[in-house]
Design a protein around this ligand. Structure first.
Ligand code: AMP
Length: 281
């Protein structure tokens, strides 16, 4: 695996690929890698042998400075995992390299309110920063395939909107969420959980599963409330538990077999904020 820290050197390397018939896949990450990230590399390798991963803890998508400061940084271990997984290129730039002219320039598209619900409501500015860095990285890497995880449901939905609206020649591939044996979604933040919270935090997945088994027969607003209570009763602090349209992310109040819906949840497990989601039909 070749590692690059500057845009210029990465571009030079990828130029050879861009000038050939070869297809390039791209897996953006913030590092502190786990098997969930590696599953994205594997999905990328299912498409092409040319895979670039990036590790960049993007300051503009953190609305909480403490969260940014505490975000785990484990570049050496990450590199080893990527190399072992068969990743060909790693891009690990500095903040100055990604934002040489500052961070004011944003992606200007109409997100139809999809950025204001759920994560958008509780993390103001998060998606603006996320789209800003994804667009910047896509401009640098110019991949044919972009691989993202279903774990961050609203994130890939918004990236999908951006790709569609800006007509970017990129195929977005969504990979399923990797979980611990007890159902807890793998996350870089899990390593910060206390033992107690680690034991209790699979309640998020259990509440999502509960929603899946009950959604056809229960009033949806009541179901959201009872799922939130389940999480609360286990000692976590839920921020939201919402059942929404799987494409538009708008609230769903009545079950309809023909409409794809997804349950999305966020909760604090002590000092650690966890998110997860499950398609319900
Ligand atoms: P992050 O490093 O948290 O920004 O995540 C980088 C990519 O990995 C995103 O596309 C995430 O959706 C994806 N990802 C994170 N956790 C998981 C997981 N448990 N399973 C699958 N993909 C994941």
């Amino acid at each position: 695996m070749k590692t690059f820290t500057t845009v210029e050197t990465l571009r030079k390397e990828l130029e050879k690929l861009h000038n050939s018939e070869a297809k390039l896949a791209f897996v953006p990450t913030m590092g502190a890698l786990h098997q969930g990230h590696i599953s994205l590399i594997e999905a990328a390798l299912g498409k092409t042998s040319h895979v670039t991963a990036s590790i960049f803890v993007n300051p503009t998508q953190f609305n909480n400075q403490e969260d940014l400061a505490k975000y785990p940084r484990t570049l050496r271990e990450d590199s080893e995992m990527l190399e072992k997984a068969g990743c060909q290129y790693l891009f690990a730039p500095s903040v100055e390299e990604i934002y040489p002219y500052g961070t004011n320039e944003k992606v200007n598209i109409d997100l139809k309110g999809m950025d204001l619900v759920m994560e958008g409501k509780f993390r103001p500015g998060h998606f603006e920063g996320m789209l800003q860095v994804v667009k910047r990285l896509l401009d640098i890497v110019r991949p044919d395939y972009l691989i993202m995880g279903q774990k961050d449901y609203q994130q890939f939905s918004l990236v999908n909107q951006m790709i569609t609206q800006l007509n970017l020649p990129i195929e977005l591939i969504v990979a399923p969420t990797m979980r611990e044996n007890d159902g807890l979604a793998l996350s870089s933040r899990n390593r910060r959980l206390t033992e107690d919270m680690r034991n209790n935090s699979n309640i998020i997945f259990r509440a999502l599963q509960h929603a899946k088994t009950r959604v056809k027969i229960e009033n949806i607003a009541n179901l959201e409330r009872s799922c939130k209570s389940m999480i609360e009763d286990q000692g976590l602090k839920p921020e939201y538990f919402e059942i929404v349209d799987a494409i538009e992310l708008s609230q769903v109040r009545k079950y309809n077999e023909d409409r794809k819906i997804v349950a999305c949840a966020a909760a604090w497990a002590g000092e650690v904020r966890l998110i997860d989601n499950l398609l319900l039909n």
